[in-house]
Design a protein around this ligand. Structure first.
Ligand code: TXA
Ligand code: MG
Length: 316
């Protein structure tokens, strides 16, 4: 089992020694290692059971440091970085030679972001390298939003998890690339499209739902809760599913016929719903329900990212 604690200097010493650690960000917990060290990167791929065609995000704590890792910083990328970093935004920028090909799976662009969590920002400020950090879950599973989630799934494979409490956003970062003068969204996430468009104008969507060469990790069947999941009218579905052990994940309403009930936000606050989504999917799995019923969330802001994750969880 991994040790769980708040010792930033201990995490730093492990990372300096080429080890990997679990750490908090505002979106989800990451499994971090030195992004410039191929050995450390290999440890991450191996602990996650992640195929090497699925590249990792580099994390750092200042735009000045980002500039040393990329060879171009388009104007619109800079505007977004200034507006939303630290925050749930990942930029795809053409990589400098410092970045190992293993980190980007041989792609010419590196995914990079400044996360918004005080402990991880302090840790990054004390390191002289960026951290590679995919979500700290085995490949294909739901991302962790608490230190105990990391412990449950990867505790045997790492020695330390930095405990930063429950993640504030609860969904992964929004991934944005730049083609000619266009801003392209590759993954919906914690930062809403509307907010991005307020800064750079209309964006283009490139959210391939099957296998996406631009963001290879966004396979349709990602985020598996390991249980069949139906998105629809919960009340009607409850009548249809028969005598199974039924789990319901709703936005705000309580359904008394459910055997396991998770209300994401009693006040129907979409940010709160996002924050609670992955935890609720884990509860359903832990409670061994036969089926999960859920509903479509409002298709705006972070609601789009919630719907995206639910659709992927439903595809098996
Ligand atoms: O919020 C987040 O982004 C979290 C926290 C820990 O920062 N990280 C995260 O990492 O979600 P991960 O590895 O679970 O998802 C990263 C996604 C994958 O779909 C991957 O394919 C894509 O980013 N990606 C990484 N590098 C890329 C690149 N160079 N070009 C295109 N897509 C890339
Ligand atoms: Mg992930």
């Amino acid at each position: 089992m991994a040790e769980i604690g708040k010792d930033i200097d201990f995490a730093k010493s492990l990372l300096n020694a080429g080890e990997i650690v679990g750490l908090p960000t505002e979106t989800v917990y990451g499994l971090a290692g030195n992004a410039l060290d191929e050995e450390a990167i290999l440890k991450i791929y191996s602990a996650k059971n992640r195929p090497k065609f699925d590249p990792l995000i580099a994390h750092t704590d200042s735009i000045e440091k980002v500039e040393t890792l990329v060879c171009e910083f388009p104007e619109k990328a800079r505007q977004l970085a200034l507006a939303f970093w630290p925050g749930p935004l990942t930029l795809l920028l053409s990589k400098s030679d410092k970045i190992p090909d293993l980190l980007t799976s041989g792609l010419s662009r590196v995914a990079i972001r400044i996360p918004d969590h005080p402990m991880t920002l302090e840790l990054l400020s004390k390191l002289d390298f960026p951290l590679a950090a995919p979500s700290a879950n085995p490949f294909g599973f739901v991302s962790p939003t608490k230190a105990s989630h990391v412990q449950d799934q990867l505790g045997e494979k790492i020695s330390y998890i930095l405990n930063g409490g429950k993640c504030r956003v609860g969904l992964e970062s929004t991934i944005v690339g730049f083609e000619d003068d266009e801003v392209v969204i590759h993954r919906l996430g914690g930062l809403g499209i509307e907010e991005i468009e307020r800064v750079v104008g209309k964006v283009k969507m490139k959210l391939n739902k099957s296998s996406n060469p631009d963001a290879p990790g966004m396979l349709k069947s990602h985020y598996s809760p390991g249980v069949p999941l139906i998105i629809g009218n919960i009340r009607e579905e409850l009548r249809n599913v028969g005598s199974k052990k039924i789990g319901v994940i709703s936005f705000g309403e309580v359904f008394h016929d459910a055997h396991v009930m998770e209300v994401l936000s009693p006040t129907r606050d979409i940010q709160q719903a996002a924050k609670n989504l992955f935890g609720a999917l884990r509860v359903m799995k832990d409670e061994n329900v036969d089926i999960i019923l859920t509903e479509k969330f409002p298709e705006e802001g972070i609601g789009r990212a919630i719907n995206d994750r639910l659709e992927r969880a439903a595809a098996r």
